[in-house]
Write a protein that binds this ligand. Structure first.
Ligand code: ZN
Length: 148
């Protein structure tokens, strides 16, 4: 993925990238000639799409690890790809009711880990110990994830 400064007809240089834990991706590019900057902001599904296509935002200047994590999850469907060891060790992770697990099981495997983490983070932020379909509905509404 490249951006071209139309004014200067120069390829914009990758400047910075943020990959917060919620799966959104923000990347900035700047024209080396005139300094004009553009930023790219994607939601988790779009980030997933970009990553699954093997596109490395900004090319080789970006540390590979965060995107590789997502790509690895895409390839393997590992549900815990986003859960780091430290988080698991705390025992602080909300549990899932049987109904919620059924519902999660209907999420396509390649995004399940990300979706699961979004709900788990939501539950943690709200001090919810068990994720139920009602919690999932509330999270979807509050986070604007109607499509998930
Ligand atoms: Zn320019």
């Amino acid at each position: 993925m490249k951006f071209l400064c139309v004014e200067c007809d120069k390829q914009m240089a990758f400047e910075e990238r943020h990959l917060p834990g919620d799966g959104t991706l923000a990347a900035a590019f700047r024209c080396p000639a005139c300094g004009r900057a553009v930023a790219l902001l994607t939601n988790p599904m779009e980030t997933q799409l970009v990553s699954s296509l093997g596109v490395k935002i900004g090319g080789t200047t970006v540390p590979a690890e965060p995107l590789q994590t997502i790509r690895g999850m895409v390839a393997t469907g590992r549900e815990d790809a986003f859960v780091d060891g430290g988080e698991r060790a705390t025992g602080n992770v909300p549990s899932w009711s049987a109904e919620a697990q059924d519902r999660l099981a209907r999420v396509p495997g390649f995004v399940r880990g990300m979706v699961k983490k979004i709900y788990a983070d939501y539950a943690k932020e709200h001090g919810i110990g068990e994720i139920t379909p009602a919690v999932m509905d509330a999270a979807r509404t509050e986070l604007g994830l109607e499509g998930m």
